[in-house]
Write a protein that binds this ligand. Structure first.
Ligand SMILES: [Zn+2]
Length: 71
């Protein structure tokens, strides 16, 4: 089915800057990684944070009036 693939956003877990995106099949989706990314804002390697792109945008719409939280 075409809906099997989701877009995953890689972010710096320190400042939240988007580093890049990639597509993954849902059954192969690993949101918890121990990889590090080179963040241009922090100017060092930081632990990466992965989020499903569509789900994040939906959640931000739902909680637009609430204070932003780290999980
Ligand atoms: Zn950063």
């Amino acid at each position: 089915m075409p809906g099997d693939t989701v877009e995953v956003v890689k972010r710096c877990s320190v400042c939240g800057t988007e580093i890049g995106r990639f597509s993954a099949k849902k059954e192969n989706l690993f949101l918890y990684s121990h990889e590090r990314v080179a963040c241009p804002i922090c100017q060092r390697e930081t632990p990466e944070l992965r989020e499903v792109a569509g789900r994040t945008e939906a959640r931000e719409r739902e909680t637009a009036s609430l204070p932003r939280q780290n999980r």
